[in-house]
Design a protein around this ligand. Structure first.
Ligand SMILES: [Zn+2]
Length: 347
């Protein structure tokens, strides 16, 4: 869990993934034969087959691409006012109802600065009934660094990244943090490869950039890798919570990693899903199927690269997704990397 905590506490929004990439790179150097970074910033690690017995080297190995996006939803600074208030542009989808009264971190070239974020407008004590009902847009929020205008202008540049600031901790059976979407996927790929002894497939693990702004990094990476099989490693909704009808829960917490049947971007390869389910049954690892009517993930871009790629999606159920209180059940975290490793072993 220490690694997952470090990953969630390392700010990296779309286009600014260098910090989390450095953490991942440090962990995976010894696990792979070759580690490179492409022009967009995707981290690509290749591991040649490690066969249990010599095969004579004639059979071409199956090439598998794992893709885990390493960016998190956040903001880029768009304006600094003369009195030092900072305005931001979102990079990724926020529900503004979850953004009120937040502590944030403004990441500058001179270091990280603590700050608070609130929407412009009046406190309820002086607001009219009409004003109380309004839900603000992201553009209505401002960031207060508690410093005077001249100091803020010296320290903060247009384009600096801003992230919500929330701790990682265990709450009951759940890991709770910001950006479990998708540091969980990044973490699960590392844990799966760490546990792998033998495999006949050639593994290309890619920690991708800019997923949260429209799956931008995975396509170019897949074009370069030319995989036979693509596995998108991400998170998905878990709405087994009050106020949501059961038929819209998407996944159940604690029922194991979700093999996504479809979402708004991808219809997964059913044959591959059935293969993974057979491995799960044999190894007694929990997994569940899930359908998300909307949304997308990197698998869409792998599936549509070159002449098309057989693709499936591993997704960890996450309650309260895209908030600083994202929750993942410990059984779902464990089954994720165990099933991924078991599947890769037998490919
Ligand atoms: Zn995600």
């Amino acid at each position: 869990m220490k690694l997952l905590e470090t990953l969630t506490q390392t700010p990296s929004v779309p286009g600014r993934e260098d910090r989390v990439r450095a953490v991942i790179e440090k962990h995976v150097r010894k696990l792979f034969d070759k580690v490179t970074v492409d022009a967009m910033g995707n981290l690509i690690a290749v591991r040649k087959p490690r066969p249990a017995k010599k095969t004579g080297g004639k059979k071409k190995p199956i090439k598998v691409m794992l893709a885990a996006h390493m960016d998190q939803i956040g903001f880029l600074v768009s304006h600094v006012s003369d009195d030092g208030y900072v305005r931001v542009n979102p990079v990724g989808g926020f529900d503004t109802r979850n953004l009120f009264a937040r502590k944030v971190r403004v990441c500058t070239s001179g270091g990280d600065l603590p700050a608070v974020m609130n929407p412009g407008g009046k406190p309820i004590h002086i607001a009219s009934e009409e004003e109380k009902k309004q839900i603000p847009q992201v553009s209505d929020f401002y960031i207060d660094l508690g410093l005077d205008g001249d100091t803020v202008k010296k320290k903060v540049k247009i384009g600096d990244m801003v992230v919500l600031d929330g701790p990682f901790n265990m709450v009951g059976d759940y890991a709770v943090s910001q950006c479990l979407d998708n540091r969980v996927g990044c973490w699960a790929v590392i844990r799966a490869i760490e546990s792998l002894k033998h495999h006949d497939c050639e593994i290309h693990a890619v920690w991708t950039v800019q997923e949260e702004v429209g799956l931008r990094g995975a396509g170019p990476a897949a074009f370069g890798v030319e995989p036979d099989i693509g596995i998108s490693c991400d998170t998905t909704l878990c709405c087994k919570t009050p106020g949501v009808p059961d038929e819209q829960r998407v996944t159940l917490p604690g029922a194991g990693v979700c093999l996504k049947i479809m979402d708004g971007s991808t219809i997964a390869d059913l044959g591959l899903i059935e293969d993974v389910e057979k491995v799960a049954a044999k190894k007694k690892i929990k997994c569940q199927r899930g359908v998300l009517p909307r949304g997308g993930q990197d698998g869409a871009m792998i599936q549509r690269s070159r002449t098309g790629v057989r693709t499936l999606v591993f997704a960890c159920p996450v309650k309260n997704i895209h908030t600083v209180t994202e929750m993942s059940h410990k059984d779902d975290l464990a089954s994720y990397h165990q099933l991924l490793a078991a599947y890769l072993t037998q490919l």
